[in-house]
Design a protein around this ligand. Structure first.
Ligand SMILES: Nc1ncnc2c1ncn2[C@@H]1O[C@H](COP(=O)(O)OP(=O)(O)OP(=O)(O)O)[C@@H](O)[C@H]1O
Length: 269
C-alpha cells in the first residue's frame, strides 16, 4: 500500500487514517464489517480527487465521512487545515455539498425548481441580497437551465437537466467542496460529457474542490487531477491523475485500467 498525497497547507480537505466499522446482525449473531480501513487522502484546493474502486470497496462510505454525514470509527477529517470537531460540523455543512447519482430521487418531486435550489439557504440560514426567485433564476442560468423554467417540477426535465438542478442546489450556499457520488453514472454518455464540462467550468470560476466518487475510469481521465484507488475498504494507491492512470504501481490498479473502454473522441473536455 502506498501512502496518500503528502499533507500540505493547500489541501482543502484531508481524510486522516479514516476507519468505519458497521455492526450488522443476523438473528442473534452480530458481526463487524470494516467498510473503510485506515484511509488517508487529500483534496487539494480547486482540484478534483477521484476515488475509484469496484462496488463495495468503501468509496461512498469514505465520501460520507468526508462530507460529515457519517462519523468515523477512527481517524479524522481536516477541512482547510482545521480538524473537524463535532461542534464545527454544523458550520461546515454549507462549505461541503453533495451531488448524488440519481438526480430524480434526490430532488423533491412535489417542489418547484425555485423551492429546490433555494432550500439550502433555509437549512443553513444563509442570507442573500436578492429575492429568492431572482437568486434561483441566476443559479439556473449558471448551470445551463432556462431561468424561465423556475416554476417547473423535476419531472418536467430530462435526467441531465435534473442533474444540473442538483448542481445548482449544491452551489446555493457557495460551498468550497462538492462531493460528487457517482454524479454522472446514471446519465447517457453524451450527457455525461456535458455535465462534466459544467463541473469543470464551475471549478474554474469558483475555485471549487471536488471529491469525485466513481467506478468509471473513463470519467476519471476527463475530470480528475488526483486519483485514489480503493479495494475492500483499503487505499491501494493514490497520486496525481497522470501518475495513477499512466504509470500505476499496483497490480490492482493496472487490472482496473485494462478494463476501461475508450471514451468517445468528441469528449473534448
Ligand atoms: N449503513 C451500512 N450498514 C452496514 N454495512 C454498510 C453500510 N453502508 C455500507 N456498508 C457496507 O460497507 C461496504 C462498503 O460500501 P460502500 O457503499 O461504501 O462501497 P462503494 O465502493 O461505494 O460501493 P458502490 O459503488 O456499490 O456504492 C459494503 O460491504 C457495504 O455493504
Amino acid at each position: 500500500m502506498t501512502t496518500a498525497d503528502p499533507a500540505g497547507p493547500d489541501l482543502l480537505l484531508e481524510a486522516r487514517s479514516l476507519r468505519k466499522e458497521f455492526v450488522t446482525s443476523r438473528g442473534l449473531r452480530k458481526s463487524t464489517l470494516v467498510a473503510v480501513d485506515d484511509v488517508s487522502v487529500g483534496v487539494p484546493a480547486a482540484s478534483t480527487l477521484a476515488v475509484v474502486g469496484e462496488s463495495g470497496s468503501g468509496k461512498s462510505t469514505l465520501a460520507r465521512m468526508c462530507g460529515l454525514l457519517l462519523e468515523p470509527t477512527a481517524g479524522e477529517v481536516v477541512f482547510d487545515g482545521q480538524a473537524v470537531t463535532p461542534e464545527a460540523v454544523q458550520l461546515l455543512r454549507r462549505e461541503i455539498q453533495f451531488v448524488f447519482q440519481d438526480p430524480f430521487s434526490s430532488l423533491n418531486p412535489r417542489h418547484t425548481v425555485e423551492q429546490i435550489v433555494t432550500a439550502p439557504l433555509r437549512y443553513q440560514g444563509t442570507r442573500i441580497r436578492k429575492d429568492l426567485r431572482t437568486f434561483a433564476q441566476d443559479l439556473l442560468d449558471r448551470v445551463g437551465i432556462n431561468p424561465d423554467h423556475v416554476d417547473r417540477l423535476p419531472s418536467q426535465f430530462s435526467g441531465g437537466q435534473a442533474q444540473r438542478i442538483g448542481i445548482a442546489r449544491a452551489l446555493a450556499c457557495r460551498p468550497r467542496l462538492i462531493i460528487c457520488d457517482e454524479a454522472v453514472s446514471a446519465l447517457d454518455v453524451s450527457v455525461q460529457a456535458e455535465v462534466l464540462q459544467l463541473l469543470v467550468d464551475l471549478q474554474a470560476d469558483y475555485g471549487l474542490g471536488y471529491l469525485f466518487i466513481t467506478h468509471d475510469l473513463a470519467v476519471v481521465r476527463l475530470i480528475a487531477t488526483h486519483v485514489a484507488v480503493m479495494q475492500s475498504g483499503r487505499l491501494v494507491e493514490s497520486g496525481s491523475a497522470d501518475q495513477i492512470l499512466d504509470a500505476p504501481r499496483e497490480r490492482y490498479t493496472q487490472e482496473l485500467l485494462k478494463a476501461v473502454p475508450a471514451y468517445p473522441d468528441d469528449w473534448n473536455i
